[in-house]
Design a protein around this ligand. Sequence first.
Ligand code: CUA
Length: 359
Amino acid sequence: MLEAKSFELFPEAASTIAGHVDAFYAFMVLVSAFFSLLIAFLVVFFAYKFRHKPGEKVVYPPYDEHSLSGMLLEVVWTGIPLGLSMIMFVWGVSIYFTEARPPADSMEIYVTGKQWMWKIQHMEGAREINELHIPVNRNVKLTMTSEDVIHDFFVPAFRTKADVLPGRYTTEWFRATKVGSYHIFCAEYCGTKHSGMIGTVTVMSEADFNAWLGAGSGEGSMAEQGQSLFNQLGCGNCHASTLNNQNGRCPNLVGLFGAQVDLKDGKKVKADESYIRESVLYPQSKIVAGYDDIMPTFKGLITEDGMLKLIEYIRSLGPKNGVINSATPLPVQSGDGSNVAGKPVPMKVPGAPPSAAAR
Ligand code: CUA
């Protein structure tokens, strides 16, 4: 809850990972405290026990590097710290791996950071600023990018954070365990109002969340908005996006998302968010095998929010969701040789910037 507490060392623990992070942290604090106290005690104790007494002459024992007791001492003082630090390493890595790998059944939500606010889009169309509504006991995956500088999406109650970078997508996931409101912070200094780049996660029961989501934005789902952007930008002129409307000049987008793509240079790449983004903005950087470098760049013609909608549209074309959306008919392809692969036809380069609706 957001109201001020009298005194607390830790934020509330409200995600499945929070207990693991706290236990790990407690272990490290206890180990550090134990050795700090032990060393401090020994410093004082030895200083007293081996202090110089009046009339005493300092005598050093003969030096023997092979003495058994000396070797044992070294093995012990090397072995114990090694063991303890390896426990910390393995434990820490296992938590890191858990946090770094969103479960496959996660609900997808998109986050765009910008100086100095968080813009959040739900697949169903709902949009919010500096607020994130999620259902309790569901895995939630955030796909995040920035419009300007580096930000960092941090929810202390979930014990997870991730940098939000311009020009690429990072992810963060959590499973909230308690209904309530929790702080969002930006955890990367990003300019004058960095400290004001805050928000609230509202964790709701499944029923409340569905009611909230149902209120909606009236703009249609993200995929639908992505589809109209796709048509506005003229992508469909070339990328036939329904199976029976294949156009030879450009790769088909149906079933693309998450699939392996063979490239002209013999490499393979997974068609994820970053690949799609790169292909829209820098189409020449990865050419699909069997196709020519004829696509113009859409850099400057599409916002980060718009890009996320386009990605969501391409995701909706399968194979993950599997539903081919053919509600909006695509421009009809000409029936002549322009459909034959290897015979590039001059592209219509979109000259006009997208209308306000596309932003
Ligand atoms: Cu955004 Cu600090």
